[in-house]
Ligand binder design. Sequence first.
Ligand code: FPP
Length: 242
Amino acid sequence: MFLKGKNKNAPRIMPRHIAIIMDGNGRWAKKRALPRSAGHSAGSKNFKDIARYSNKIGLEYLTVYAFSTENWKRPADEVENIMNILRDYLKDAKNFKDENIKVKFIGNIAVLPDDIKDLIADAEENSKDATGLHLNIALNYGGRDELVFAFKDLANSIIKGEMSVDDITEETVSNALYTKGQPDPDFIIRPSGEYRLSNYLIWQSAYAEFWFSDILWPDFKPKHLEQAIDDYCKRNRRFGGV
Ligand code: FPP
């Protein structure tokens, strides 16, 4: 699936791991004179469609940014609205199993309300044997926050005598992140006309390719994902070499 050739001479090397910043829900709603909550509902529906489509085309890993460590600054009713959308999605968790999608939440989940933590644990447990898409949902996620957790974890291991300072390597740092054991994202997609990373996967994206577009997230359809993947396949990734 990941080597898809138009002809034998021109194989396309597909990304293994795509990460998406689902941005533009608020502007999508504003354009339609709807409340921001309607934008998040449309964004959530679109997330499900894109996850299903990614699974269908054989993508290995998809990571979506659902809620950042900075998003708590939003009005309380908007935060509650996003959490309720998440609750509804998680209550439907048996679908992950039917769809053969393995779901994992990345981020500081420990501080979330107990009912959400329970729903997350159920969703991860119910989908753990799925063999299709690995779907990471970044929730209360921040790249710097993730690194601080990782450094504390490594420091504790050193204090306990389980490792030495010289054991701190790129590999041990990577293995102390939420994405432990997963390939780094090859390709990061940000719709909605913003050109920044917003504290997303800052360690993991060191060699990622980027794709930006003005499309607002609820309007980002499978055909746009295909277009983005086509563009990715034309890139020449050198990883610092020549
Ligand atoms: C950014 O758009 C979007 C968010 C901060 C929330 C994203 C959440 C969802 C799509 C729902 C996720 C649900 C599940 C089940 C994973 P924005 O509000 O910043 O848009 P704007 O920049 O146009 O205001």
